[in-house]
Design a protein around this ligand. Structure first.
Ligand code: ZN
Length: 282
């Protein structure tokens, strides 16, 4: 029997999020510890309800009960699809019925950003705004994925504590409130004792290792997760503010900062000169 708990990640209705960079960051957790194993699963569009795939779904908040029940149905359809296509058609191995976490840009009612039930959880990043960064949206997502995934290791439910301690299990009503937990990578004494009672020292050490995001490393450290995110996915954790890099962030990423400033000054000067010339002609 597998020692690790498998956590399946699904993306539904994520038109803006850089899902490739996000997947790389989430999967990088697998080599950092041995309590959890994250997997990315790609759903066929016809497994998803039609009103989750059109543009209006990104505007109208959805009730948490409905999204959880729809995601549960998607996992059942997906398992059926895997049975028929992956096992019989592709001849590949795939385990059924693990824990599933859905990431979406569909807003949830009352500004909730995460909901969880028995074996399905949902993270909505609809409330992400550029001013929340740093840390980047991807670091928020990995932290919320950890927050949802770790309690699945436990036999009994672990509630959030209302007090903000910078702990993985802080209660945060809104997405931006997760910032302390993202920055500190900490599990408080109370929560650690609850985990220790149920999981034992080795697993808790693995979780602490995971939650301390130092393993992501620095952007300028060759071979680090942050470095690969920049080089292979153009997502720079210290620079990117949106759900994906903007063209300006990509320019900044490849150019030295002084050169970037000179380019911006040049373009601004050129645009101003063009505007003045146009106004004089009028
Ligand atoms: Zn705590």
């Amino acid at each position: 029997m597998s020692k690790r708990l498998k956590i399946r990640i699904f993306y539904i209705q994520c038109p803006t999020l850089d899902t490739e960079a996000c997947s790389f960051l989430l999967l990088s957790q697998n080599s950092q510890q041995d309590a959890l194993e994250f997997e990315i699963h790609n759903t066929e569009t016809d497994l998803i309800p039609e009103d989750f795939t059109n543009k209006s779904s990104l505007k109208k908040p959805i009730a948490r009960e409905r999204i959880l029940s729809e995601c549960k149905t998607i996992t059942e359809r997906y398992d059926e699809w895997v049975k028929n296509n992956v096992h019989q058609g592709f001849g590949a191995r795939s385990e059924m019925g693990s824990i599933s976490i859905f990431i979406t840009e569909i807003p949830l009612e009352l500004n909730f950003y995460a909901r969880k039930e028995e074996d399905v959880a949902v993270i909505s990043i609809a409330a992400w705004r550029r001013h929340i960064a740093p840390p980047s949206a991807l670091e928020f997502i990995i932290r919320i994925v950890q927050r949802l995934a770790v309690p699945y290791l436990l036999k009994s439910y672990l509630r959030s504590h209302f007090a903000t301690r910078g702990c993985l299990f802080d209660f945060n009503q809104i997405l931006s409130g997760v910032k302390n937990s993202v920055l500190l990578g900490y599990i408080c004494e109370d929560c650690r004792n609850i985990l220790l009672k149920q999981l034992g020292e080795n697993k808790v050490d693995a979780i602490i290792q995971l939650v301390d995001l130092k393993w992501i490393g620095k952007v300028d450290e060759a071979g680090s997760v942050a470095n690969i995110l920049k080089k292979s996915f153009h997502y720079e954790l210290d620079l990117t503010k949106g759900l994906k890099p903007t063209w300006l962030e990509r320019v900044k990423e490849v150019l030295p900062s002084t050169l970037t400033q000179q380019v911006i000054v040049f373009i601004t000067g050129f645009l101003l000169a063009a505007l003045l010339f146009y106004l004089r002609l009028k």
